[in-house]
Design a binder for this molecule. Structure first.
Ligand SMILES: [Zn+2]
Ligand SMILES: [Zn+2]
Length: 281
């Protein structure tokens, strides 16, 4: 399991998780009690109250049943899972079956069917929005936006007393701006950056980088994954503050792969690169 603390305009964003293609991928945002995929039964997954299951591949959901069962055992209260149709229906059946095998008492988990474009409030000032990525099976990506209250531009530079006077006269001095703070791309091919060009401006971009070697480019295309060369070609077009890379293929050994990735993506003004890949036990 890896832990990252990333500086953003919202404050320090904590990320916990681990990832390896085919074996298990999950990313937790403990400050929001939110899990993005549940591909491994991590103990840290249990307190998460909302889980987005990006798609039906086992490496993204194998920990879901253990999560629901542990929440039941520890009396942790109701929770939610978000998924596309028909996966949402299938997950509902999976959880019903799991509960039936254990005790017959249904888990307190509501599986919510979502569609691209739909939004969910995580808290009053933070919204999750779903979009489709570019994998070979329908796959959900999510963006977390912060609805930041700030002083309207026309009042910048005014003394605090002057602003207070305006407020007392009933004049609205602040406005809400939407800050795209964080996006999770789950499994995807590189076309996603053209389809969702706003991703270039998200502060924290969690993006897969499954393959690294030149001979794996074709494989990456065929299975809807991103190759290191794709990410390198994105560098001149993005102004993300952080890249968190996931989903490394088991064709690559962790240590040398991390070195290769860091070397390939090292730039003076580009995003800070963080790696979420692990060697699961
Ligand atoms: Zn995967
Ligand atoms: Zn997949």
């Amino acid at each position: 399991m890896r832990k990252l603390e990333l500086q953003t305009s919202w404050g320090n964003l904590l990320l916990v998780g681990g990832s390896r293609a085919g074996e298990g991928s999950l990313l937790l945002l403990p400050q929001f009690r939110l899990a993005l995929d549940a591909g491994f039964p991590l103990r840290a997954l249990v307190p998460m109250e909302q889980v987005v299951v990006s798609h039906g591949h086992t490496d993204h959901l194998a920990g879901l049943l253990a999560w629901a069962a542990q929440r039941q055992l520890q009396n942790l209260g109701p929770a939610r899972v978000y998924a596309l149709e028909p996966l949402s229906q299938q997950l509902r059946q999976l959880l019903q079956l799991g509960a039936a095998m254990e005790s017959g008492k249904p888990y307190l988990v509501d599986v919510v069917r979502v569609t691209a474009g739909q939004t969910v409030h995580l808290r009053p000032d933070c919204v999750l929005r779903f979009f489709l990525t570019s994998h070979w099976t329908p796959t959900l990506g999510v963006v977390l936006s912060w609805h930041k209250r700030q002083l309207k531009g026309e009042f910048w530079g005014l003394a605090p007393e002057a602003i207070r006077d305006l407020r007392q006269k009933g004049i609205e001095v602040s406005e809400t701006v939407e800050v795209p703070l964080f996006a999770y791309l789950a499994d995807t091919g590189p076309e996603i950056l053209e389809k969702e060009s706003w991703l270039a401006g998200v502060e924290v971009l969690v993006v897969e980088c499954t393959f690294l070697r030149p001979q794996d480019r074709e494989r990456a295309r065929r299975f809807g994954h991103i190759h290191l060369d794709d990410l390198r070609s994105w560098l001149p077009f993005v102004h993300n503050r952080h890249w968190v890379l996931t989903h490394l293929s088991r064709r690559h050994r962790l240590g040398p792969a991390s070195k290769t990735i860091r070397q390939a993506l090292a730039t003076e003004h580009g995003p800070q690169v963080h790696l979420l890949n692990v060697e699961w036990p």
